[in-house]
Ligand binder design. Sequence first.
Ligand code: F0G
Length: 412
Amino acid sequence: MSSRASGVSANDLKSTWKQRRLSSAPADLSGVWRFRELLPALNDGHVVTLREGNTPLYEMPQCARIAGVPHLSAKHQGMNPTGSFKDAGMTVAASFAHHAGYRWIACASTGNTSASMAAYAARGGMRSLVLVPEGKISWSKLSQALDYGAVTCQLRTDFDGCLRLLQELVLRAPVHQLNSINPFRIEGQKTLAIELMEQMDWQLPDHIIVPGGNLGNSSAIGKALLEMRDLGLISRLPKLSVIQAEGANALVRTLREAGGKRLIGVNAETRATAIRIGNPASWKKAVRVLEATGGACEQVSEVEMAQAKAEIGAEGIGCEPASAVTLAGLKKLVKQGFVKAGESVVLILTGNLLKDPDFTIEFHRGDLFAGTPHESTMTALSTLRRPPIVLDATLDEVLRTLEQADKTAPSG
Ligand code: F0G
């Protein structure tokens, strides 16, 4: 990818990006295009933007205490316009698709990519085709694709099956594929890391922890870190670690059982439907990023993930299940001594709490794992659960409930 950064000093880049915060031009209001020197060149007139990026970096004091680290923050990519980190890559991929004059753009998705692509297609005046696994994506994500006007096909297969079919489709039909193997998506997603460093005043954290599904995001963050180091924007690399769900642990197995040399695919199964992926497309890039930054790759159980999600929620932040693997993974990395006392950590929260309300409500009601082997373990999480209370509409009933609740300490 050609970049416009070569020959410009690191300090000039930093001050240009800062100054653009004062501008009201659409490309400057975008937290992605604001960093356009590190993106492939495109005339501003072609930018399809929803003011993506500009996502908050939150302090997480309660979660830090729980995980046993002195300083923990979370970059919440779920605060993007369609509620997930996908928007940062999608604005770039959709802009270039628009520039190239494509009529149809298409993706296979576990839900977030499709929601994002459908929105940007609509903004750019393109049609969109979405292939999702039937019954295995959340209603919130499905409803977004429908409302944004995508032609949405629920295929009787899993994500991997949807992606395979898309590869065949693009050979037969005039549709342009926008999955994360599309290099423009990766370029856009790099800006997450650039914005993070800017928010930290270019003081590096020791660790960045990200969930791993199809592994596009870890690849993009890794690419950004290397480019920033080469441009002198940062002086060293934070360790980038990837966390997967135990039931969708292709990268973990690939590293442990094949030394990262060949992909060990799995039949993915997890309630974190966003990362229910058995054959991650970008596994080679992710292996290279882990090697380059010295990061770790871990897996967490369904219960560990559910607990971490409730803990992130109790901090007033919240995220979707796939994002919560980061906190669950951090706890493991601390116990293993990989994250050391005194080191600073940033979690990348990839999706908004509202993306998967079924998971959250089932957790708080206590029936998330009903009928599964995890059922008994759920009782250990009862202090985190806040089930809704159905009452008669009388003052007495509400007052009694308030008094009872006041006697129990909040969790966290
Ligand atoms: N977190 C969320 C909320 C996701 O939606 C995804 C992927 C990931 C993490 C994993 O990121 O694939 O770059 O390693 N969702 C894709 C989709 C697959 O179709 O929405 P990754």
